[in-house]
Design a protein. Structure first.
Length: 330
């Protein structure tokens, strides 16, 4: 099969499309999927540089955490899926290839309204956002939510899911044009944050009449920590989903104690297979119907052929993207 291969650690020049062995015939509850499209994530960039290796059991040279395709063959214990069904899902790696092997409980059926490209832009962003907001942060109807990096894949998914759930989503970004586009997805208000994160505190004070936001979904990390703690309401919840600005910062414990805050980190890739299965099944039960009804939708920045993998990485590294980057795998 053809696959994107990280030939050595380094810049985009190390990426090549090569012929590699296809996954073996599926055993037990495994499903082999003929991948039609896969999406890019920042984890792929970090893996290429040697800063985020694939989990044990996954090929460290073939990137890709999410995919859309059709069931090509199934193991003898598979009960849910049949050959030819359209499925999408998450994996620890190897999705940017013609075939991928996945447990049957880490797949969901693609709604008829989504083509391969749209479907590939869904799993990582929507499973991450749904799990972070509702399973981890227990976001409730009427609560306020602040989303940092609102124009990212996870950010655009979180805005839509919060709206459907009756919460009030607010957002930040370094780019005003991204926030204007995010408003069209249902962002209630927003603020551009460049060199001074303290503008977050002032904005939140205005939006919430001084009460603070109930939940913060943070893909930025270290640079926003002080402002996050100040912007949260009593008993507020801070969810770390990314570390774009770094992972080390001064932590004001007294603020956390006084406001009785909850600070938590979350990541999908490093979880156990059981945890990933649970997150996928929650997504299938609660988010896939919303996709079917058109109440939420994937947001796509650009689409590339698999042979344009270097251009796709360069686009993601530009930090100019709004939504997801998708690779078509013919």
């Amino acid at each position: 099969m053809k696959a994107v291969v990280i030939t050595k650690l380094g810049g985009i020049e190390v990426l090549k499309v090569q012929d590699v062995p296809a996954p073996a015939k599926p055993q037990a509850d495994r499903v082999r999927v003929r991948v039609r499209a896969a999406a890019l994530n920042r984890a792929d960039l970090l893996q290429r540089r040697g800063r985020y290796p694939a989990p044990a059991g996954f090929d460290s040279n073939i990137p890709g955490l999410e995919f859309a395709g059709e069931v090509e063959s199934v193991g003898p214990e598979v009960r849910v899926w049949q050959i030819g069904q359209r499925v999408f899902g998450i994996t620890g790696g190897g999705a940017q290839a013609e075939y991928v092997l996945a447990p049957e409980n880490q797949l969901a059926e693609i709604p008829a309204a989504l083509d391969w490209t749209a479907a590939a832009a869904v799993p990582e962003a929507f499973i991450t956002a749904h799990d972070a907001l509702f399973t981890q942060a227990t976001l409730q109807i009427g609560e306020s939510l602040l989303i940092h990096a609102a124009g990212s894949g996870v950010g655009t998914a979180a805005i839509q899911l919060a709206n459907v759930a009756g919460a009030r989503p607010f957002g930040t970004s370094r780019a005003a044009d991204k926030l204007e586009r995010a408003r069209q997805l249902g962002l209630e208000d927003c603020v551009v944050v460049k060199d001074d994160p303290k503008v977050i505190i002032d904005a939140v004070r205005t939006w919430t009449n001084g009460h603070g936001v109930n939940v913060i979904l943070d893909l930025v990390g270290a640079a926003f920590l002080e402002a996050n703690l100040a912007a949260l309401s009593l008993c507020g919840r801070l969810l770390f989903v990314g570390t774009l600005s770094g992972s080390q910062a001064v932590f004001e414990i007294a603020t956390v104690m006084q406001k009785r805050l909850r600070v938590q980190g979350t990541v999908l890739r490093a979880r156990t297979q059981e945890e990933k299965a649970t997150a996928t099944q929650q997504f299938a039960a609660h988010v896939v119907p919303l996709l079917t009804q058109g109440k939420v939708k994937p947001v796509i920045d650009s689409v590339y052929g698999i042979d344009q993998i270097r251009e796709a990485h360069a686009r993601m590294e530009s930090n100019e993207t709004f939504g997801k980057l998708v690779l078509k795998i013919p």
